[in-house]
Design a protein around this ligand. Structure first.
Ligand code: NAD
Ligand code: UDP
Length: 310
């Protein structure tokens, strides 16, 4: 297959590209490096890997045939999308439309990387795909949440109107090697602080929950979905729910750190709970995660340490 990966220089993009190259695909990575890094793709230098440096909010062209478009480009960490609010909205709207038009033009398949944030601060827990969500449309997080909700809507419209072979994955908090230590998300941030014995800041009382999925599990689910015949959204995540306080304590323990935990005011509209209902992924894709939080955090810790020693 000849595939395009938008956002291929980011955290998930680099893991996906590695998996696609391993299965023999030729990969064209489209990225503008707003949150991705050259470092992430430096090992892909081969005749099967090509980089197109472009902002997908502007129309972009890919020469030759394309069989599949994996559309991952978007600021993702709350730290990043709050710093780039308009850009995030444009990427979700214009960027997704440009990526869809590329797939349509090339008669290629298309996968949208959506998010559990479409459920907002959910009133039901766990969240099945049938839940429509609880998003504040004008809150600070809406630049990401509504961009992704629009991206889902326009993807379904292309599917219905043009019969586009499209897929929508709703990704729940995923972590692992090659996250940027300073990207602001809880896991890299807590590791960064723990490594240097600095205070770990928890926003709120730490009782808010997330369900963290190790990146290898996520990529397996994503690839399975792209090979399926299922065109409605599918949750991919690890249903093992944990409080943020427990996450911080676990990372302190795994790093033998002397960091203290400090509590600050909670973030506006921060979801209080999050846990995927993965019944659909189990049934439609025969997928479920295999790596638990402790094991995944150990693997992540070791990779961060290796990176720092380079
Ligand atoms: P990331 O920030 O590490 O990577 C995003 C990549 O997209 C970066 O390389 C960035 O430079 C690129 N990019 C952003 N806007 C662009 C634009 N307009 N044009 C070209 N390139 C652009 O994020 P990630 O964690 O790898 O997430 C990838 C995708 O998965 C995103 O769409 C995100 O919404 C989705 N997702 C991720 C998670 C997670 O936990 N990692 C959870 C839910 C959804
Ligand atoms: N969080 C925190 N301290 C940090 C980073 C995050 O307390 O340094 C909290 C954040 O308020 C949220 C949870 O950890 O409740 C997960 O945040 P993250 O940014 O990783 O992802 P989100 O699920 O909010 O997109």
């Amino acid at each position: 297959m000849r595939v395009v990966v938008t956002g291929g220089a980011g955290f998930l993009g680099t893991h996906l590209i590695r998996a696609l190259l391993n299965r023999g695909d030729e990969v064209i990575c489209v990225d503008n490096f707003i949150t991705g890094t050259q470092d992430n793709i430096r090992n892909f230098k081969s005749e099967k890997f090509h980089l197109v440096e472009a902002d997908i909010c502007n129309q972009f062209k890919i020469k030759g045939t394309v069989d599949f478009v994996f559309h991952l480009a978007s600021p993702t960490s709350p730290h990043d999308y709050l710093e780039h609010p308009i850009f995030t909205l444009k990427t979700g709207a214009w960027g997704t439309t440009n990526a869809l038009n590329l797939a349509l033009d090339k008669q290629a398949g298309f996968l949208l990387s959506s998010t559990s944030e479409v459920y907002g601060d959910p009133a039901v827990n766990p969240q099945p795909e049938s839940y429509w969500g609880n998003v504040n449309p004008i809150g600070p997080r809406s630049v990401y949440d509504e961009a992704k909700r629009y991206a889902e809507a326009v993807t379904m419209a292309y599917h219905r109107k043009y019969n586009l072979n499209s897929y929508i994955i709703r990704i729940f908090n995923t972590y692992g090697p090659r996250m940027r230590l300073n990207d602001g998300r809880a896991i890299p941030n807590f590791f960064k602080k723990a490594f240097t014995n600095q205070d770990i800041i928890i926003y709120g009382d730490g009782q808010q929950t997330r369900s963290f999925c190790y990146v290898d599990d996520l990529i397996k689910g994503l690839v399975k979905l792209s090979n399926s015949n299922y065109h409605l959204p599918v949750n991919i995540g690890n249903p093992m729910e944990t409080s943020i306080l427990n996450l911080a304590k676990t990372i302190i323990r795994l790093t033998n750190s002397r960091s203290k935990i400090i509590f600050e005011k909670s973030l506006t509209d921060d979801p209080k709970v999050r846990k995927p209902d993965i019944t659909k992924a189990r049934k439609m894709l025969d997928w479920e995660p295999g790596i638990g939080l402790n094991q995944g955090l150990e693997l992540t810790r070791d990779s961060f340490i290796r990176e720092q020693q380079k």
